[in-house]
Every structure is written in C-alpha cells, then in structure tokens.
Design a protein around this ligand. Structure first.
Ligand SMILES: Cc1cc2nc3c(=O)[nH]c(=O)nc-3n(C[C@H](O)[C@H](O)[C@H](O)COP(=O)(O)OP(=O)(O)OC[C@H]3O[C@@H](n4cnc5c(N)ncnc54)[C@H](O)[C@@H]3O)c2cc1C
Length: 421
C-alpha cells in the first residue's frame, strides 16, 4: 500500500482528500488526514458574528462528516515532521509514516506575539474576530457598547482573507448607523500597508470607500506594543493611537511544528514552488492553502483553485511524469461594504484586480470592483457552496486559472514582498 498523509483537515486538506479518494485505488492507496479536533469551522462566517448576523452554532460541523468514505481521520496535535525519515510525530507519542505528505495546517492568529496584546484588556477592550471565541466575545461587547474610539487594526501582512479587516470597518459603520449611534463612534483603520489595500487600483477604490464613510486611515503603522493601561497602540516609530475599543488582526503564523521540523520560513510558512506546491527540499512533500509561502492571498478561494491544480499534478507525479499544470496565483475575494452590498475582486500573481463581470464575461452575474447587492448575495450563498460543493470536492463552474475575457485591461503588476497577501 502507498500512504498519502495530509496534515490539517481544514478547507484545503479536506478538499485534497475528497478529490483524490475517488482517483486513487482503495486497494493500493491509504489516505489519512490529521487534525487536532473534530470541529470544522466555516471561517468566512466569523466576519458576521460580531454584528449578530450569524450565530456561532451555524458555523461548525464535525470534520468526520465532511470526509469521503475511505479517508481515515486521526485526531491529535501534530508535534513534528521528520521529513528525511517520512515520519510525523503527534504530541501524544503516536507516529504516522507516509510516502507522500501534504501540509495543510493553515495559519493562526498569534496575539501572544505582540507585547501587551493579551494583557488585562484582552477580550475587555481589545478583541480579535479571527477566532470563534474572539468573534463571539466581540458580539457581546458590541451589543452593549455605548460608543467612543473604535480602532480596526492589522498587525502585519500577510494575513488570511486580507479584505476582512476592511470589511469589518465597513460593517461597523453600517451597524452603528442602523443603531442610530454613528455620531458617537469614531472609526480609524490602522494598517502596516501604505494604503487601504495592497494592489494599487483596489487600494485607491477601497481608500475612497473609507473616506466616504468618514473612517480615518493610519497607514504605514508597524505596531510595537499595546499599552492596555493607557489604551493606546504604539508603533516602532513612536506614533500613538488611542482607543476605547481595539479590534485587531494579530500576527498570522503557520503552525509551530513546521518551525520545529526545520521546514518553514520566518513565519512558519513552508517554502514551495509557487506553481506546483512541491517543497523545495523534499520532492514527496507538498504544502497547500494558507500553510504555504506562495505569494498570493491566503484565502479559501485560493485553496480551491490550488487544490484543482495540485490534484491533477499529484496524479502525474506518482506516475513519474512531469507536473505540467501551473498555478497562476488566482484569487477572488468578496469585500462586504455594508448596507447589503459587496465588491468582488479577482486577481493572480501578475494581474491586479480590474473591472468587469464574473464568472461569465459580460453576463456575470457578479460585478468586479463595484459595490452591488448581487455580490453581497454571492457572499452569503458561499456558505452553502462551501459545505455542499467545495468541501466535498465537487467541480464548480468557475475556471481555475484567472481569465481576462470581458475584463477591462490594466497594466499587469508584479507582486512584491510587501504585497504578499
Ligand atoms: C474572518 C475570516 C474571514 C474569511 N473570509 C474569507 C472569504 O470570504 N473568502 C475566502 O476565500 N476566504 C476567507 N477566509 C480565509 C479562509 O478561511 C482560509 O484561507 C482557509 O480556511 C484556508 O484553508 P487551509 O486549509 O489552508 O487552513 P484552515 O482551513 O485554517 O485549516 C488548517 C487546519 O489545520 C489544523 N491544524 C493546525 N495546526 C495543527 C496541529 N499542530 N496539529 C493538528 N492540526 C493542526 C487546524 O485545526 C485546521 O483545521 C476568511 C478567514 C477569516 C479568519
């Protein structure tokens, strides 16, 4: 028997095993997937919890129910990979051998990495919404908050779902307007980037949307620490921003076992070929989804396109053939803008977002780089698609590679290190 071992049963890992199981003979291949718990969280829904539009119990389902028959689920914390021996160690001492390894352990918010962030004000006036516990605690806080200075903050790039903090700021504007208390809330968007977003056209447009909503922006802000007594955040260049309520996206990092195993970069992401996801150091190791260092957005949409390319290549690789499919960095992200509208952006390694229709040229029905109700419905519908089509590995009528058909052309851009979102 050949053994495929997948680490992480989140979005990417689940799609990998569900797509490959029917393609690999059951009497020749075992497929095992490991995760630390049996609770699969629909992460895009975390954005809506603080505003009371989703409840925590509709966001989580057992992982085992998302996996096809013939996939073995092992529950346990991954402690170490010994890639030269093809062994994975779990924290409870169990060892799992493999012939091929896929690392899909994602990225995790790490508030412990910023001085003062998890101090006395953590979950009192300092919150995150990238975890179920954080989003739920923030919902309680917002329900009774009487107003003041709301600071929406990004610690460092890259983060998963890079538009999420912007969406949070737009939804907060809508939320407080609907509650009739917007005049009692001053919103400031604080980012290490030099504008609202990374890609120039989208950044200008999203920056304009912040301005229209009277949301202040503090760019180029690299946080050094949170002073939770004085309630302010302080940057390395000694700027200070006071807050009554801080909603932060902490530093995002890959899993610690990646570093312990000597397989990661400085943020514990696994260096791989950006077109095939194969490890630069071990040719039977791949990393996919947020766990890899590929220079595109860390997003479920990217995981989806990436898994399509990976599965086709993996079948060639195990036959000893060349991996001829090439991933182009395709990402698309909805940007909720409040008031029941959303924008959609579509881009890849070389091409920045441009206006047009999606997924069908001219017809759409979704519109790129413009606020539309239909885009908002698209974002809400995505929850159903996630559980019923994406995770089971069904083919969606969306091209894997980015298409420029029917889009307005803009000059291509090259993604720089700073734009690694
Ligand atoms: C607030 C928010 C909003 C978002 N909105 C969108 C959106 O609108 N559209 C979009 O495309 N994407 C969105 N995303 C991003 C999307 O959810 C992620 O990019 C996607 O889930 C990445 O999939 P993954 O498989 O790489 O990682 P994950 O789905 O995070 O899975 C990683 C898995 O690895 C497991 N794991 C990690 N370490 C260990 C260990 N040591 N031992 C055992 N198991 C381990 C974890 O338990 C987890 O199950 C959003 C994310 C957030 C937080």
């Amino acid at each position: 028997m050949k053994r495929l071992l997948v680490l992480g049963a989140g979005t990417a890992g689940t799609m990998v095993v569900n797509k490959l199981r029917p393609l690999l003979a059951v009497d020749e291949w075992s497929i095992t997937i490991v995760d630390q718990d049996d609770a699969h969280l629909y992460q895009p829904g975390l954005l809506f919890i603080p505003f009371g539009s989703y409840s925590p119990d509709e966001m989580v389902k057992p992982r085992r129910h998302q996996l096809r028959a013939g996939v073995d689920l092992v529950l346990g914390e991954i402690d170490l990979v010994r890639p030269d021996e093809n062994i994975v160690e779990l924290a409870d001492g169990r060892e799992l051998g493999y012939d091929y390894l896929v690392i899909a352990t994602g990225t995790t918010p790490r508030p412990d990495q910023t001085a003062g962030m998890t101090g006395a004000e953590w979950r009192r006036s300092v919150f995150d919404f990238y975890t179920l516990e954080g989003a739920t605690a923030l919902a309680e806080k917002l329900a009774g908050w009487e107003g003041g200075r709301l600071v929406v903050h990004i610690t460092e790039m890259p983060i998963k779902c890079p538009p999420a903090p912007l969406e949070f700021a737009f939804l907060a504007d809508s939320f407080f307007t609907e509650k009739g208390m917007r005049d009692r809330v001053e919103i400031t968007y604080v980012t290490p980037l030099d504008g609202a977003f990374t890609k120039p056209v989208a950044s200008r447009m999203l920056g304009g949307m912040l301005e229209e909503r009277d949301i202040g922006i503090a760019p180029d802000f690299y946080i050094e620490r949170v002073d939770d007594e004085a309630k302010k955040i302080i940057s390395y260049d000694e700027r200070e921003i006071p807050f009554d309520l801080l909603v932060t996206v902490p530093l995002n990092m890959g899993a610690d076992f990646v570093a312990r195993s000597g397989m990661g970069d400085e943020l514990n992401y696994v260096p791989v070929d950006k077109q095939t996801f194969q490890s630069a150091s071990w040719n039977n190791v791949f990393a996919i989804g947020d766990a890899s260092n590929v220079p595109t957005s860390k997003a479920g949409s990217v995981a989806h396109f990436a898994v399509d390319v990976f599965t086709a290549n993996f079948l060639r690789h195990i036959r000893g053939e060349e991996m001829s499919e090439r991933f182009d960095g395709h990402a698309n992200c909805f940007v909720e803008s409040g008031g029941g509208r959303a924008m959609l952006i579509d881009f890849n390694y070389e091409q920045e977002p441009v206006p047009g229709k999606y997924p069908l040229p001219v017809i759409g029905p979704l519109t790129l780089l413009a606020e539309r109700r239909m885009n908002h419905w698209g974002k809400l519908m995505f929850k159903w698609i996630y559980w019923h089509a994406l995770l089971p590995g069904r083919r969606l009528p969306i091209p894997t590679a980015m298409s420029m058909t029917g889009k307005e052309l803009a000059p291509p851009t090259t993604t720089t290190e700073k734009e690694r979102v």
